[in-house]
Design a protein around this ligand. Structure first.
Ligand code: MN
Length: 149
């Protein structure tokens, strides 16, 4: 299936697959606008989740600074499910579970700043999943996965 292109593109910036080799997400694109100035050892990326899509549910040691740029959706942040919309700024501290979902009928586009040197992401284990599902609000948030993979 070829899903429609989005118009939030920058000149000379490639539209990349969100992640190269896993199926933990759905309909997410990645663009890297800036990378590694000598005095800013960071990457400034723009991600866009198409309506109905989601990013990987993960955690890791490195911090994200996220600014929502387009549309609306919801995010899992630790034990909370929060509504997010254009203009909101979100800090994701070390080892905080996070996932973004475009589950409000619109694209969800956001800038995400990370250090260029960072650890690999960790995915939930069986016991983490069980803990998420025991929380009704998180279960509802994750339920969109059901039957769609
Ligand atoms: Mn992350």
């Amino acid at each position: 299936m070829l899903r429609k292109q989005h118009e939030y593109r920058w000149e000379g910036v490639d539209l990349l697959r969100y992640k190269e080799q896993d199926d933990t997400f759905r309909d997410v694109t990645r663009q890297v606008l800036f990378r590694n100035a000598p005095d800013i050892p960071c990457e400034w990326r723009y991600f866009e989740v198409a309506p109905g899509g989601w990013s990987t549910l993960e955690h890791h040691e490195h911090t994200h600074w996220v600014v929502i740029f387009r549309g609306r959706g919801e995010a899992l942040l630790g034990d909370e499910v929060v509504a997010v919309a254009a203009g909101d700024a979100v800090e994701i501290p070390a080892w905080t579970w996070h996932q973004f979902r475009a589950n409000q009928g619109e694209e969800l586009g956001f800038f995400c700043l990370v250090n260029s040197v960072r650890d690999k992401v960790t995915l939930p284990r069986e016991e983490d999943r069980a803990r998420f599902l025991a929380n009704p609000k998180i279960r509802k948030f994750l339920e969109a996965d059901n039957g769609e993979e």
